[in-house]
Design a protein around this ligand. Structure first.
Ligand SMILES: *[C@@H]1O[C@H](CO)[C@@H](O)[C@H](O)[C@H]1NC(C)=O
Ligand SMILES: *[C@@H]1O[C@H](CO)[C@@H](O)[C@H](O)[C@H]1NC(C)=O
Ligand SMILES: *[C@@H]1O[C@H](CO)[C@@H](O)[C@H](O)[C@H]1NC(C)=O
Ligand SMILES: *[C@@H]1O[C@H](CO)[C@@H](O)[C@H](O)[C@H]1NC(C)=O
Ligand SMILES: *[C@@H]1O[C@H](CO)[C@@H](O)[C@H](O)[C@H]1NC(C)=O
Ligand SMILES: *[C@@H]1O[C@H](CO)[C@@H](O)[C@H](O)[C@H]1NC(C)=O
Ligand SMILES: *[C@@H]1O[C@H](CO)[C@@H](O)[C@H](O)[C@H]1NC(C)=O
Ligand SMILES: *[C@@H]1O[C@H](CO)[C@@H](O)[C@H](O)[C@H]1NC(C)=O
Ligand SMILES: [Cu+2]
Length: 575
């Protein structure tokens, strides 16, 4: 891929990180039996262990992950959440977008440069699989951390909703015409640090940098510390000017880095409370007490001889408004002012019903449907037609040109809050008004002139958000709600960025081999047509009525494109 802007960026990051290293991991996905909340169930682990291992790298490093799928009954893959994959769009990981699902018995390699420091995570981006356990912490250490010296220790805190059933069963139950209320699976509980919990050795005079990550599939989490301020320094791996707050809400896939100080007057074991937010909209004043069914109390322990029995009590959750955080670098609004941008992408989100009466989620009345050929492969093999959205099929494609300042407006027409995530970029949050504000008026006024950046933003109920990014990272990048159950309902769009710079993109042989083994074509339009890219024959326009998630049907799935992941018996539905 040739693109001068991108090249110079990468050159810069190599220049500043003179001692760039290569960090290699050799991972095999395997089923493991685990009971993080006391109830045993099969989970997807790595190298026969669960929780999955942590990735540690330093800014400028090349990360290599040799990934083998030994699950036997499911396909798999990895996505590195928040990593922009500059110059390596083929390493982003979502199945059907930048690669094929990795079938059992196959190995492929992920290789990319980590150009930015911060707190990230990785997870399967394949057919609702990550809530089954395939997710982990990904830290990029930053030698130029502006907060270095402001903390003495690092503390990892992951939070997740947890389910006793496997994803496949739950999504099958959800995707039924009888589910007229679009109800997602409801978590059975919450796990902290994948079941290990958190107890911090709290020593007078010491400062603790928490790296909090949500691995959740649906529910957000609130956090509050007894008697201690939360000094927020980073969100989603973007540095912030320090914000002193008392409560935070972390949505699915988000990260917060904050410092908790053990100050001079401290002389106790202090509890902190994490509450799982399964509410449709926590700002609704009429929430009853049962709306917070899962709590976790952890401790900042100064004295191990004292029992940890104290509880942290929160009468009302009023988390900090992250849309008003300030970026550490004071970056101005992209385009320079409210009205100056090149491309507007407006997405109205509402639940919808497909032709067979199945519950779906739609952008502009269209649900995302997996096609036969992954979008990036189509972009790389359809010549000049790759700037025509028709080529990609019903994946909600939006074409943007290299260098454009792109404004995304999401109108959330649903009564619940939803966290929206963009791959390949950290966007500016220009506006994120409160519940009930309604759709964007169409007027570009009163935006935050120094907006915070992040990669996942909560959009309030019956309200909207205005986001911007600069299109200097050629690739096919998903924009989706990070509630995994809504991804499976089709709440996804695809940004086809700088298609003219994707025309000669090549793919590693092991990635192509995975497609081959799955019987998935690697060129042509969404239907695999290599003659007439604008011929829509064979594109998938109605979602399958039988959901088989990541289940692998073995050889019977051959030659059925991406839909080949459907178990046998279903194939004839499409072909
Ligand atoms: C990862 O795969 C590459 C290419 O096959 C190989 O050279 C390397 O040794 C592998 N690394 C590990 C740690 O297995
Ligand atoms: C896949 O195989 C594992 C290991 O045998 C098993 O525990 C799990 O239930 C299977 N999952 C499905 C959905 O069949
Ligand atoms: C989990 O499975 C059990 C037994 O099949 C079922 O009763 C329950 O409703 C399922 N839970 C979810 C969230 O789907
Ligand atoms: C915390 O302190 C306890 C008791 O002194 C010790 O056993 C434990 O290893 C310490 N943990 C850490 C993470 O330092
Ligand atoms: C969880 O904590 C919240 C906030 O303090 C409280 O309102 C709620 O009742 C608690 N839930 C349970 C099940 O104890
Ligand atoms: C915004 O900036 C553009 C380009 O500099 C300029 O043409 C336009 O007049 C400005 N608009 C406002 C409202 O300041
Ligand atoms: C959305 O699509 C449905 C079914 O095709 C149609 O009945 C409805 O009018 C459409 N709504 C809008 C707002 O376009
Ligand atoms: C792609 O490759 C062709 C043939 O080698 C060449 O003519 C063309 O300039 C290349 N395009 C880009 C965008 O690099
Ligand atoms: Cu993601």
């Amino acid at each position: 891929m040739k693109s001068s802007g991108v090249l110079s960026l990468a050159a810069l990051s190599f220049a500043t990180a003179a001692k760039a290293a290569t960090v290699t991991y050799d991972w095999t996905a395997t089923w493991v039996w685990a009971a993080p909340d006391g109830v045993g169930r099969p989970v997807v682990g790595i190298n026969n262990a669960w929780p999955c291992p942590q990735i540690d790298a330093t800014v400028g490093d090349t990360v290599i992950i040799n990934f083998t799928n030994n699950l036997g009954n499911q396909t798999s893959g990895l996505h590195f959440h928040g990593i922009n994959q500059v110059q390596t769009p083929e390493m982003d990981g979502p199945s059907g977008v930048t690669q094929c699902p990795v079938p059992p018995g196959s190995t492929l390699q992920y290789k990319f440069v980590v150009d930015v420091g911060g707190t990230f995570w990785y997870h399967s981006h394949n057919m609702g699989q990550y809530p089954d356990g395939l997710r982990g912490v990904f830290l990029v250490h930053d030698p130029n951390d502006p907060y270095a010296g402001s903390y003495d220790e690092e503390v990892i805190l992951t939070v997740s909703d947890w389910y006793h059933n496997e994803s496949l069963t739950m999504v099958r139950n959800m995707l039924q015409p009888s589910n007229t209320r679009f109800a997602p699976p409801i978590p059975d509980g919450m796990i902290i640090n994948e079941g290990a919990g958190l107890n911090v050795n709290f020593t007078k005079g010491r400062k603790y940098r928490f790296r909090m990550i949500s691995f959740a599939a649906l529910a957000s989490a609130m956090i509050h510390f007894d008697s201690h301020d939360i000094n927020i320094i980073m969100n989603d791996a973007d540095y912030l000017q320090k914000e002193v707050k008392y409560q935070l809400r972390i949505a699915t896939a988000q990260r917060y880095d904050f410092i908790i100080e053990c100050i001079d007057r401290d002389n106790d074991n202090y509890p902190f409370l994490i509450s799982l937010d399964i509410n449709r909209d926590w700002t609704n004043p009429d929430l009853g007490p049962l709306q917070w069914p899962h709590n976790y109390t952890g401790y900042l322990t100064m004295d191990y001889n004292k029992p940890n029995t104290k509880k942290d009590v929160v009468h009302k959750w009023k988390p900090a408004d992250d849309s008003h955080f300030k970026p550490y670098d004071n970056e101005a609004i992209l385009g320079g002012n409210d009205t100056n941008y090149d491309t507007l992408i407006k997405m109205d989100f509402a639940f919808c019903t497909d032709a067979n009466g199945y519950p779906r989620a739609c952008f502009n009345n269209l649900t995302y449907i997996d096609q036969k050929v992954p979008a990036l492969y189509s972009a790389a093999t359809t010549g000049d037609d790759n700037s025509n959205p028709i080529v990609y099929g019903q994946i909600n494609p939006f074409i943007v040109n290299y260098g454009d300042v792109v404004q995304i407006v999401v109108n959330n027409q649903d009564a619940a809050t939803h966290p929206f995530h963009l791959h390949g970029h950290h966007f500016q949050v220009l506006d994120r008004p409160k519940t009930g504000t309604g759709d964007w008026s169409g007027r570009d006024t009163n935006y935050n002139q120094k907006p915070p950046r992040r990669d996942t933003v909560t959009v309030m109920a019956h309200s909207h958000a205005v986001l911007r990014f600069k299109a200097t990272n050629p690739g096919t990048w998903l924009f989706h709600c990070h509630i995994e159950w809504h991804v499976e309902m089709g709440l996804t769009a695809t940004i086809i960025e700088a298609p003219d710079r994707l025309r000669n993109l090549t793919f590693p042989q092991d990635h192509l081999d995975a497609c081959n083994k799955m019987g998935i074509p690697v060129s042509g339009n969404a239907a695999g047509n290599t003659q007439d890219y604008l011929d829509t024959t064979g594109m998938v326009t109605v979602p399958p009525t039988i959901y088989n998630g990541a289940m692998y049907a073995g050889s019977s799935s051959k030659k059925r494109g991406l839909m080949g992941r459907l178990a046998s018996g279903m194939g004839s539905f499409f072909f």
